[in-house]
Design a protein around this ligand. Structure first.
Ligand SMILES: Nc1nc2c(ncn2[C@@H]2O[C@H](COP(=O)(O)OP(=O)(O)OP(=O)(O)O)[C@@H](O)[C@H]2O)c(=O)[nH]1
Length: 660
């Protein structure tokens, strides 16, 4: 059931989102807008749940879930299944100019919040692993906040503070809502939560570690690529110097300036290999350009130019070559072609006296050199920039969406240090990244979720098992008690509780059972003056006397093989099968004597006594009422004749005969 306070954090999630809407749009990246676009329905869904509008909740949740599933796929699927470029095309189709990155929210938190929302909908939060989801999401959210503080990396999922705030509010609302439902299952939740949370934590730490490794590998790749390009650039310079020496050497044997045809033929061979030579020129001793290759419009205009005047920055290097001192190399100077570059001058051709006739000048435009090199690199995948100090000499690459890392390599050209900056595009890095971290995270979190469910279910079952066992034990005890009671009731129906003797009903059954035995004697016993005992000593003592007589009777009559029973009040009865009158009288006398010796005395110290009437059926059918009546008559006589005695009954037949 919803907790009324849980609606407050949900409402608290609204201001940060509204605040974000007021930020200048340029300050918020597109992925943040997508996150907000997903957080808003989640907030509305949670509010809908509080308002008991489950259909609204469903309507807002499913599209969010579908979106997140698609984003998750774009993270998980290997590059050779669905290329990063294909995802980008899909994004481009949705909003021209956008990239797949722009459409991805911080997935972990969003997926957890949506699953928690689904839990609200199905109302089985504890079973759906809400405690684990809540704690894991809390950890991830905290991690996001930390990532936020430590700046962005390629794979960081940091969202802006308002979004983190709104997500935290929703999470708090879920927690308040869920807490109420956890009361009953708290024990099971606790037992399931710790191990699975530990596993989730390990998965998160492993993921983070893997992510760092992947970023390191990508970073190392960027550095290696940058260094490779820088090395190639330096190598190119060295190669062109060597080529130039060969070129100059090929003119050594000449003792006259080269003809324009020969110059063009020879220079074209070198120019084919080194396209970035803006020209290869023959310069006479007066520093005038005499031959030049290629003969394009710009170079043609340079023929006849006196370099000492036109290009004073290169004068020193040219003089060195013309003086025959060896290779003259300029600094990076402004070339006549209008771009920065370097010129190498080498002396060529000597006259018969050994004087230098001129120098070969090879003009390398740095822009052209960089362009030649840059052409080998995909401009969409990597941005390249060549700097001389702060001065940008050449640039190529994506203007936008550059990756987070760049590599700066120093290149020495003519003793001058240039810097080559290599910065791969974000998309190129993302396409190259390993999917292992995110896959291992998904596997780890799924395993921890399953572990939670298994442990939770196991503990619930254990508790239910215990409950059932307890109920069974109670039930068995109850059945036993009822059976005992039943036995007690049955026993009470046929016995006297005070003396533990068979009662009148039971005695009549016993008598019936012995109806065929002859002779069969009955002893009807009545305590003398029992009322006095009750009156003097109280009923409790009276009861004890009765119980004592019961025990004595059971001993004496039982020893004779008969049955002793309480007939009612202070009257007892015995049945002695196979006993004739004399034998029965003897037993009755024994009982009477034993009672007199039992120490059950009246107040005056005289013993409690017993009057007994004995009736015997010698032959003929048994009529219990008749035999009882005879015994009762005999008892009456015993009472009448002074009590504490045994009287024999006069058989009915004799009485009839006597006319009584
Ligand atoms: N304590 C106790 N007294 C009982 C019980 N059943 C009957 N009595 C008492 O037994 C007494 C029987 O009294 P009476 O019928 O007057 O006979 P009596 O006092 O024994 O005198 P006689 O039989 O004439 O010798 C009564 O006081 C009854 O209350 C019983 O279960 N317990």
């Amino acid at each position: 059931m919803s907790h009324r306070f849980a609606a407050l954090p949900v409402l608290a999630a609204v201001p940060p989102l509204l605040g974000l809407a007021l930020w200048p749009a340029s300050a918020v990246d597109p992925a943040t807008w997508v996150t907000v676009a997903l957080v808003v329905p989640l907030t509305l869904g949670q509010l809908a749940w509080h308002l008991r509008r489950l259909t609204w909740l469903r309507v807002v949740l499913w599209p969010v879930l579908a979106w997140l599933a698609l984003s998750l796929l774009s993270y998980l699927l290997p590059e050779h299944w669905v290329a990063h470029a294909a995802w980008n095309r899909l994004a481009e189709g949705l909003v021209p100019g956008s990239h797949v990155d722009d459409w991805r929210p911080p997935l972990l938190v969003m997926v957890s919040l949506t699953l928690l929302g689904l839990g609200l909908h199905s109302r089985t939060r504890a079973n759906l692993g809400a405690p684990l989801l809540l704690t894991t999401t809390g950890l991830v959210l905290a991690g996001q906040a930390l990532e936020h503080r430590h700046g962005h990396s390629l794979l960081a999922m940091a969202a802006p503070w308002p979004v983190i705030g709104a997500q935290a509010c929703l999470l708090l609302a879920q927690l308040i809502d869920a807490l109420g439902g956890w009361r009953v299952t708290r024990g099971s939740i606790r037992r399931a939560l710790w191990p699975s949370l530990l596993l989730a934590l390990i998965a998160l730490i492993f993921w983070h570690h893997q992510k760092v490794l992947v970023e390191h590998a990508l970073k190392a790749g960027v550095q290696a690529q940058g260094q490779r390009l820088a090395d190639r650039l330096s190598g190119e310079i060295d190669a062109h110097l060597a080529a130039m020496r060969r070129f100059a050497a090929s003119w050594e044997w000449l003792n006259a300036p080269p003809s324009s045809e020969r110059w063009a033929r020879q220079a074209s061979l070198y120019h084919r290999d080194f396209r970035y030579f803006l020209n290869i020129a023959f310069i006479d001793t007066d520093s005038r350009i005499r031959r030049v290759y290629p003969l394009d419009e710009v170079n043609r205009r340079l023929i006849g130019t006196r370099l000492f005047d036109a290009q004073p920055g290169g004068r020193e290097a040219l003089e060195r070559a013309l003086d025959g001192e060896g290779v003259g190399r300029t600094e990076i100077i402004g070339l006549l072609q209008g771009q920065p570059g370097i010129i190498h001058y080498l002396p060529v051709a000597r006259d018969d006296d050994g004087r230098i006739l001129g120098a070969v000048g090879m003009v390398v435009g740095l822009q052209s050199l960089a362009d030649t090199l840059f052409r080998q690199v995909d401009p969409h995948a990597t941005a390249l920039a060549l700097f001389e100090g702060d001065r940008l000499l050449a640039y190529q690459g994506p203007a936008q969406r550059q990756g987070p890392w760049q590599h700066a390599a120093d290149i020495d050209i003519s003793g001058k240090s240039l810097t080559l900056i290599t910065r791969p595009a974000r998309d190129a890095l993302l396409a190259r990244r390993s999917r292992l971290p995110v896959i291992s995270l998904m596997v780890g979190l799924t395993l921890s979720y399953l572990l939670y469910l298994a442990l939770f279910a196991r503990h619930r079952m254990l508790l239910q098992h215990r409950q059932v066992r307890r109920s069974n034990r109670e039930l068995r005890r109850e059945v036993r008690t009822r059976a005992d009671l039943q036995k007690e009731v049955e026993w009470l129906a046929e016995h006297d509780e005070l003396t533990r003797l068979p009662n009148r009903r039971r005695f009549m059954q016993v008598l019936d059972a012995q109806a065929e035995i002859r002779p069969l004697s009955l002893l009807l016993c009545d305590i003398d003056h029992f009322k006095r005992i009750n009156d003097r000593f109280g009923h409790l003592v009276g009861d004890r006397y009765l119980a004592e007589l019961g025990r004595l009777g059971r001993d004496v009559i039982g020893a004779a093989g008969g049955t002793f029973a309480r007939f009612g009040g202070e009257e007892f009865i015995a049945c002695l099968p196979g006993f004739d009158t004399d034998a029965a009288v003897a037993v009755a006398e024994r009982l009477r004597r034993r009672l007199a010796e039992a120490g059950l005395d009246h107040e005056d110290g005289s013993p409690m006594t017993l009057s007994v009437g004995v009736a015997t059926l010698g032959e003929g059918p048994l009529t219990p009422e008749v035999l009882l009546q005879e015994a009762d008559d005999a008892l009456y006589r015993a009472k009448a004749r002074g009590r504490d005695r045994v009287e024999r009954a006069t058989p009915r037949a004799d009485l009839t005969r006597a006319g009584i």
